[in-house]
Design a protein around this ligand. Structure first.
Ligand code: CAA
Length: 385
């Protein structure tokens, strides 16, 4: 069993680290404090191939594997978790389902510009009254000639205020339960499709999300993704990939907080010596290092399985993705909590990065499936045997 990165994957890691340290990190505090959408960084990610990492080159992407993708998300998120999730949503939640489920025409029209970064995408599943119970959606699409008419609302849509394209999930037949869900590709500017101003959140301030209203929004039948009734399966299989991205984002946040806690503990003196010499602090660092290592291995395993699934579409990695996301997100909450503790009062100050990492970590336990939903998925797999 080989658990080290290949030469190619190490090159991606270096490229992502250089980009993150030179171009993202110097802006991270300002982006967070001003809640500024990092337009210039999104353009740079497009140039680097980071908006369609695992999409084949002939379809506009970088043609890399999913382990490289996870590694790149970790590095970008280590500098700025907001920039990390902007990247993750476009890759995992938009390009990936288009790659797997779109027809050739849709791939040409949508996947290629989204993977190259000419366009940006977002994913519309969550609604004001349904998040975890994803199949209980109120947004409807009703057939009218060769069009579908969409009515309803979606919320917490990351990238929403800036996206050119939304993949939106609608109820097309309530009687069929989750088999009555259908996905559509909707362009920004379509009449009746109205993104609202950005949300105000605890963390990831620079990654804007918003509510979106659909009021008699007519989309041509050619914009249906795959087939009527396939929406729920598309959403679930997409989230199996998305959860790897969020796990990698959580890992990057934890890694950043950990490195800063190590450095600070060597500088800060108390009772006549650096606090790193105190077992109370050193043991915290040991626990952080152990948990970060464990999360990284779980993420690489899930990403490697996703690469296997590219070759063998029957292979599912729902369990491994859920395990990686559950562990990495809760780990990031614990690690940033302890790292802030190492910093003491300075950790609580907005002058330092630690409070940003602490706030940014929290969302990873909520979006793309809460920790509770991860346990539902894992327990169902365990009990199924
Ligand atoms: N891949 C393919 N098919 C799948 C699947 C998967 N991973 N998981 C389930 N399915 C299929 C099942 O096989 C089943 O098919 P059949 O009816 O043919 O047998 C069908 O889907 C229904 O499966 P379940 O009975 O397991 O579904 P459920 O209604 O019990 O729901 C759930 C399961 C796990 C709770 C699911 O609703 C879920 O994951 N909820 C969380 C939703 C979520 O993660 N939302 C995040 C929003 S996106 C976001 O946050 C973006 C952002 O801003 C960053």
């Amino acid at each position: 069993m080989n658990i080290s990165l290949t030469e190619d994957q190490q090159m991606v890691q270096k490229l992502a680290r250089d980009f993150a340290e030179r171009e993202v990190l110097p802006k991270a505090k300002e982006l967070d404090q001003d809640a500024r959408w990092p337009k210039e960084l999104v353009s740079r990610m497009a140039e680097l191939g980071f908006l369609g990492v695992a999409v084949p080159e002939e379809l506009g992407g970088a043609g890399l594997d999913n382990v490289s993708y996870a590694v790149a998300i970790e590095e970008v998120s280590r500098a700025c978790a907001s920039t990390g999730v902007i990247m993750s949503v476009n890759n995992s939640l938009v390009c990936d389902p288009l790659l797997k489920f779109a027809n050739d025409e849709q791939k040409k029209e949508y996947l290629a510009p989204l993977a190259s970064g000419e366009k940006l995408g977002c994913f519309g599943l969550t609604e004001p009254s349904s998040g975890s119970d994803a199949s209980d959606m109120q947004t409807t699409a009703v057939k009218d000639g060769d069009h579908w008419v969409i009515n309803g609302s979606k919320n917490w849509i990351t990238n929403g205020p800036h996206a050119d394209v939304i993949l939106v999930f609608c109820n097309t037949n309530r009687e069929l339960g989750n088999r009555g869900t259908t996905a559509f590709i909707v362009d920004k500017g379509t009449e009746g499709f109205n993104p609202q101003p950005r949300d105000h959140k605890l963390g990831i301030h620079a990654a804007h999300s918003c509510t979106m209203f659909f009021e008699n929004c007519r989309v041509h039948e050619s914009k249906m993704l795959n087939a009527e009734g396939m929406g729920f399966k598309i959403a679930m299989s997409t989230l199996d990939g998305g959860r790897i991205g969020i796990a990698a984002q959580a890992l990057g946040i934890a890694q950043a907080a950990f490195e800063k806690a190590v450095a600070y503990s060597k500088e800060r003196k108390a009772f006549g010596e650096p606090i790193a010499k105190k077992q109370a602090i050193a043991f915290k660092l040991a626990d952080m290092a152990t948990q970060i290592d464990a999360a990284r291995l779980l993420i690489w395993r899930a990403a490697a399985l996703k690469d296997e699934a590219v070759k063998n579409p029957k292979l599912r990695h729902s369990q491994e993705s859920a395990v990686a996301k559950l562990y990495a997100s809760e780990m990031a909450t614990r690690v940033t909590h302890q790292a802030l503790q190492v910093f003491g009062g300075y950790g609580y100050s907005t002058e330092y990065d630690m409070e940003r990492h602490y706030r940014d970590a929290r969302i990873t336990e909520i979006y793309e499936g809460t920790s509770e939903i991860m346990r539902v998925v894992i327990a169902a797999n365990v009990l199924r045997g």
